[in-house]
Design a protein around this ligand. Structure first.
Ligand SMILES: Nc1nc2c(c(=O)[nH]1)N[C@H]1C(S)=C(S)[C@@H](COP(=O)(O)OP(=O)(O)OC[C@H]3O[C@@H](n4cnc5c(N)ncnc54)[C@H](O)[C@@H]3O)O[C@H]1N2
Ligand code: MOO
Ligand code: MG
Length: 421
């Protein structure tokens, strides 16, 4: 059994990110949400685009008003009015000012803005009552960003803030990585579709749905390939098809030591390089990871194969712990592959046999900015999906440790929104 950290390092090492050229496509800004840039976004506009005013007031020449005070007010002639969006019409000469509004372009000759609260106006004259700082309230062209520089680097995920910046910069078409394709196979003679009435011993293939949801949430393209019975030839055919179709294959079931657990044998027969056979974690021990090199896969691509354990909770835990970070790296994301752990105070005693890194599912509560962890009530076994549905986190007890006392701190892998109470 590989320690979890070693399995994680092995898996991330196997992942080669998608190719910046071959695996890129252009998308328009409105549908670019959560896509990942495959090329730097470069703007052709300075930010601010022009010297402009940060206040409603008067654009003046600093040298005219530098000694102004209520005892020695300075009177200036107003020669122009410049609302936002209008081009200044006049050069400001000595003794002159322009009425100006927030966001409006500074007129030539003026270098400073006096906010209107520090002035008095009568007709086309304005009295300046206080000396401003030189260049006060002027937002200078290119002081935030210079045209031609990298605005956003490749590997950046586009969320609302990035999309706002790109819109402002008129970057309407973005070169992004295509979504990784992920084939999903459920193995097991006992499995049926949700609409099929159960005969004795049968079980709904919930893993197909859970994994499809998780792959989608991770920004990849799920390819659900259905249920495959525990028959080697049928499995082999299904695996070959999945390998030819996808960048990553996720199967669930058939990775333990039972007589009907064929996954490893078939992967070997198909020429896979085996990298992980079991991991010292609970749940998730029989996780199997293999690589198909380009020679074995169609096209030029490398295919990563995850044989997830069949137990529903084990499959999900393995996804969050290993598959999701691998998909994030593959998709071109520069960093933050995860998983995300937070520190929480446990509300109850937690225990483990100490032999494997143990993940206990339950609820993360956020109370006055601090996390608390409440383990799920009822049976914590990896076949019980019912109490898992209320969970949003996995408290982790490291290998070698057997307990976390109530009130002590524990690291929790967060996979859902915290409960605020
Ligand atoms: N003698 C041993 N037996 C088991 C060991 C072991 O070390 N020695 N490990 C146990 C652990 S831990 C796990 S986890 C499971 C893993 O089993 P497999 O990956 O071989 O999965 P199956 O045997 O095919 O199924 C296990 C369980 O999960 C249900 N299942 C399978 N696929 C689905 C699906 N798509 N949707 C919902 N539920 C599914 C299946 O019906 C079984 O109940 O092995 C232990 N055994
Ligand atoms: O690892 Mo199994 O995943 O303990 O149930
Ligand atoms: Mg089995």
């Amino acid at each position: 059994m590989l320690p979890v950290s070693q399995a994680e390092a092995t898996i991330l090492d196997l992942v080669k990110p998608l190719d910046k050229q071959r695996d890129a496509e252009f998308v328009s800004l409105l549908i670019a949400i959560e896509r990942i840039l495959a090329a730097p976004a470069i703007g052709h506009l300075d930010f601010p685009h022009w010297d402009n005013s940060a206040m409603d007031g008067y654009a003046v020449r600093y040298e005219d008003v530098q000694y102004a005070s209520s005892q020695q007010p300075v009177v200036l002639e107003i020669v122009d009015e410049i609302p936002a969006g209008r081009s200044p019409q006049q050069l400001i000469k000595a003794g002159q000012a322009a009425r100006i509004f927030t966001g409006a372009v500074m007129p030539e000759g003026a270098d400073t803005v006096v906010m209107q609260e520090q002035t008095q106006r009568e007709g086309d004259r304005v009295t300046i009552l206080t000396a401003p700082q030189p260049q006060a309230f002027v937002r200078h062209q290119a002081s935030y960003y210079q045209a031609g520089k990298t605005l956003l680097a490749p590997g950046t995920m586009l969320r609302a803030a990035q999309i706002a910046v790109l819109a402002a910069a008129q970057c309407n078409q973005l070169k992004v990585y295509r979504r990784p394709r992920v084939a999903i196979i459920s193995t097991g003679d006992e499995l049926v579709h949700p609409e099929t009435p159960l005969e004795i011993g049968q079980l709904v293939d919930s893993n197909q749905y859970a994994l499809t949801a998780l792959v989608t949430q991770t920004g990849a393209e799920p390819i659900p390939m259905g249920i495959v019975p525990d028959r080697p030839l049928v499995l082999q055919k299904a695996f070959s098809k999945a390998i030819a179709t996808a960048d990553v294959v996720l199967s669930s079931g058939g990775v333990s030591v039972g007589d009907y657990d064929y996954v490893e044998e078939i992967l070997t027969a198909l020429g896979a390089e085996m990298h992980v056979r079991s991991v010292a974690m609970k749940p998730g021990k029989p996780l199997t990871v293999a690589k198909f090199s380009p020679a074995h896969a169609t096209e030029r691509k490398l295919v990563l194969y995850f044989g997830l354990p069949g137990n529903p909770v084990s499959a999900l835990v393995c996804f969050w712990r290993f598959v999701q970070p691998a998909l994030r790296k593959l998709s071109g994301l520069a960093d933050n592959w995860g998983p995300a752990y937070v520190k929480a105070r446990s509300r109850q005693d937690l225990s483990s046999d100490g032999k494997r890194e143990t993940y206990i599912w339950g609820q993360l509560h956020l109370i006055d900015g601090y996390f608390e962890f409440q383990p799920a009530s009822g049976s914590l076994n990896s076949g019980n999906l019912i109490n898992f549905a209320q969970a949003n986190g996995l408290a982790m007890i490291p290998m070698g440790q057997t307990a976390v006392a109530s009130g002590d701190e524990v690291r929790v892998l967060q996979f859902g929104f915290p409960i605020m109470s």
